[in-house]
Ligand binder design. Sequence first.
Ligand code: FNR
Length: 187
Amino acid sequence: MSRITVLGLAGSLREGSFNRALLRAAIELADERIEAEVFDLRDMPFYNRDVEDRGDPEPVTALKEAVRSADLVVIATPEYNQSLPAVTKNAVDWASRPPKPQAWDGKPVAILGTSPGRLGTVSSQRTLRETLSAVNAYVMPRPRFILGGAAEVFEDGRLVDESTRERLRSFMSAAADWAERFMEDRT
Ligand code: FNR
């Protein structure tokens, strides 16, 4: 049986990003059904209709294609001021643009996030769910993966807390189940 192709996006440009580390760990802990690649958002320009009218810049074309061809998109987002960081929102916005059907339409998505604070991205994940419902992506409703206290569970970019690793393994297994529901050759 063919594998589930997963596209990973991390909504932080920071070298030592906890969310990028979380995404790496999620891919590492995913079961053998999954084949993953991470798309680096570093070179994405800010959305600008003038730029778009001149033709998509290369990173935008690549992002749209990557979202379109994935069976599942996994987004690890930070939280800024109880909402989405611009990096995450900008990626969703660019990929929602023509040609139609836009790349998110009917796309299974799993979202997760971490922050050093206690509430661990609960607000930004809520906002991201709303945004993704506006573009008709199918966001896995449960389980949620909200991780506070990031500074205590990552060491040198690696998720070291064993119970968190176990929770992440279950989350990725549920995400693979979620993607399979939408893959015609699996039902
Ligand atoms: C933050 N941070 C933060 N954390 C949180 O849990 N809730 C919040 O509302 C905010 N607000 C916020 C605003 C701004 C402008 C910054 C720069 C930061 C802290 C944030 O979670 C922390 O910087 C994380 O380390 C960011 O994620 P990465 O880059 O480590 O993935």
